[in-house]
Design a binder for this molecule. Structure first.
Ligand code: 5GP
Ligand code: MN
Length: 342
């Protein structure tokens, strides 16, 4: 755990400040939940916060309280730049390195004259002035809760903050089932329910909001599933043509990789998705046990993340990317065989 400059930050925040809060590109439940929770908290503390979102995020998290106050850096660029230029400090949430916001926004942030404060649970964090980094914590939302707790402000958590935090903890822990879910996580969740998070409604909003096409796309993904039993590995591919056929919308492939990991005996799963906009194959990796997909992705696919959930990319074609992946597996045979023996 790294906690750097916390007392100084507290003093800095004694006065009302213009604060910009940013999550990573392609925001997920944890990025949106944590930035919006911090937004509501800073509002209550008398600051003037603005959440700037790098790009589009899935429909199933649009309902989060405060979502309508955010600026999108890609298509509300002048408002976003203005908020950044007028800010006294920028909070970086749920990401560890400036390049994770995407190229244009990274350029803007690199010229930023004031200080950054990071609250994040990813490995290998960049060094910024104020830091709260803990790779052991399941979600940035739990860290925001603990940040509020360190400020002795738990009483300020209202139903909106509780709802945002609950959502990110729920999505980043696979509904409280991953290894990162601790007794502290459950205590935080219990407190959030007491403070007004409607757990049934949140699960319903996030997980039972599928379109028919999304289910058909899932069907396609499952029929593309390949299993490599000798490496305890399974992978899924989705091409642009398949995405188009089922009217792909942002977020439609979220969680699909977990179906590959749900196969008995599988400890390593990947999904390869063609991304026509960026002309890359975007990859999600998941694992069970000791096999670190963070390391695997950093070493071979220009990515990173956590030990059991990471992302990466490839500039090769889909076929070449899959061949590269399959060719790498023999090197990891032993690790994959023993991954879940603990
Ligand atoms: P997902 O597979 O759900 O997109 O991401 C899994 C985890 O890996 C998330 O914590 C996400 O922030 C991180 N991640 C996804 N893509 C990348 C990437 O290209 N680079 C790095 N460093 N992390 C990533
Ligand atoms: Mn997260």
């Amino acid at each position: 755990m790294i906690l750097k400059g916390f007392e100084e930050l507290k003093t800095f925040l004694d006065k009302p400040r213009n604060i910009v809060i940013i999550g990573h590109r392609n925001p997920d439940g944890d990025a949106m939940g944590s930035t919006l929770a911090l937004y509501h908290y800073f509002n209550k503390k008398g600051h003037n916060p603005t959440v700037v979102v790098p790009n589009e995020y899935p429909e199933f998290i649009h309902w989060l309280p405060g979502s309508d106050t955010t600026y999108r850096f890609d298509w509300q660029n002048s408002q976003s730049q203005k908020a950044i230029n007028n800010s006294d400090i920028i909070f970086l949430l749920d990401f560890n390195a400036l390049h994770r916001v995407g190229f244009d926004m990274q350029n803007t942030l690199e010229k930023y004259p004031n200080d950054f404060a990071m609250i994040d649970h990813h490995q290998q964090p960049d060094d910024v002035k104020y830091m709260y980094s803990d790779v052991e914590i399941c979600s940035t939302c739990q860290m925001v809760y603990q940040f509020i707790e360190m400020n002795n402000d738990l009483d300020l958590i209202d139903a909106d903050i509780a709802t945002c935090l609950y959502t990110g903890i729920m999505t980043d822990t696979g509904s409280f089932r991953f290894r990162s879910t601790t007794s502290k996580t459950h205590r935080v969740i219990a407190d959030l329910i007491d403070k007004g998070a409607k757990n049934d409604k949140i699960h319903n909003n996030v997980y039972d909001a599928n379109s028919y096409n999304r289910l058909l796309l899932l069907g396609q993904a499952l029929s593309n599933l390949q299993i490599l039993p000798s490496y305890n590995t399974a992978y899924i591919t989705l091409t642009n043509e398949e995405k188009k056929r089922f009217d792909f919308q942002k977020g439609d492939t979220e969680g699909v990789v977990n179906y590959a990991l749900s196969l008995k005996g599988i400890v390593f799963a990947a999904i390869f998705i063609e991304d026509a906009d960026q002309n890359i194959v975007k990859i999600s990796f998941r694992s069970k046990g000791n096999f670190s997909v963070n390391k695997f992705s950093r070493n071979h696919f220009e990515g990173g993340g956590h030990d059991n959930a990471a992302g990466g990319k490839s500039d090769l074609s889909m076929a070449e990317t899959v061949t590269k992946f399959v060719t790498l597996l023999p090197e990891y045979k032993k690790d994959l065989e023993t991954s879940y023996e603990n």
